[in-house]
Write a protein that binds this ligand. Structure first.
Ligand code: PRP
Length: 218
């Protein structure tokens, strides 16, 4: 199910493979090596959906037999992983769109306030990409995604798509309250956030599970 049409704001992508992989991701017994692979597989399926409306232009070519006309992507695409967890999605999507530009945004959520703190941003002054695919497995309060969207709008990006594995209803509403044009592609929408602003049932902390950094920090 993808609603409501290719240009609509929320696309809940329902597919047996996604449901299967999501269940493995949610399972606390799933170890980081498998978790990383699952994130990559889900990222590919989300990116497939999210890129269905990319524009193409005719391209004359010659096959070994005849001259014919093919198509080439017309728009420039930027992948924008939100560090750290978004890094787990980059390589898989880059395999699909090898010519994409990759622009990293460093944001972490302050543990006390749950507000995003920016620690890395280095966008060029030159022309922005036509389409930005923001990559982050989790959309909880929506603070980090909203900050990323603001940064990309300030750069001048006309079309922004957010690819996320699990979103909360609150997070989706927050992103769309700030910018109703952002398209969100998600495997599932979980109903609530707990007291620490973690998505429930969720899958825990995606960054820690990808990078195997569960150890209690000082
Ligand atoms: C997580 C997640 C998102 C953000 C979601 O990152 O990957 O970036 O929190 O929460 P929000 O919607 O309430 O902003 P985290 O801050 O844990 O950083 P990490 O990726 O480095 O683990």
């Amino acid at each position: 199910m993808s609603s409501p049409g290719a240009s609509g704001p929320l696309h809940q992508v329902s597919h047996p493979l996604l449901q299967h992989h999501l269940t493995r991701l949610r399972n606390q017994l799933t170890q980081p090596i498998e978790f990383r692979n699952l994130i990559r597989r889900v990222a590919v399926l989300l990116a497939y959906e999210a890129t269905k409306d990319l524009e193409t232009s005719p391209l004359p070519i010659e096959t070994p037999l005849v001259a014919t006309e093919g198509m080439a992507l017309k728009q420039s695409v930027g992948l924008v992983p939100i560090l750290r967890a978004g890094l787990g999605m980059v390589d898989a999507v880059l395999d699909l769109i090898p010519q994409a530009e990759v622009w990293h945004l460093g944001l972490y959520r302050d543990e006390k306030t749950a507000r995003p703190v920016e620690y890395y941003k280095k966008l060029p002054h030159s022309e922005p990409v036509d389409v930005a695919l923001v990559l982050d497995p989790m959309l909880a309060t929506g603070g980090s995604a909203s900050a990323a969207v603001s940064t990309l709008r300030a750069w001048g990006v006309p079309k922004i798509k957010l690819l996320t594995v699990i979103a909360s209803e609150e997070g989706i509403a927050a992103v769309h309250a700030q910018d109703s044009e952002v398209q969100i592609f998600v495997t599932t929408v979980d109903p609530e956030l707990n007291d620490q602003k973690f998505i429930v049932p969720g899958l825990g902390d995606a960054g820690d599970r990808i990078f195997n950094t569960f150890k209690q920090r000082d």
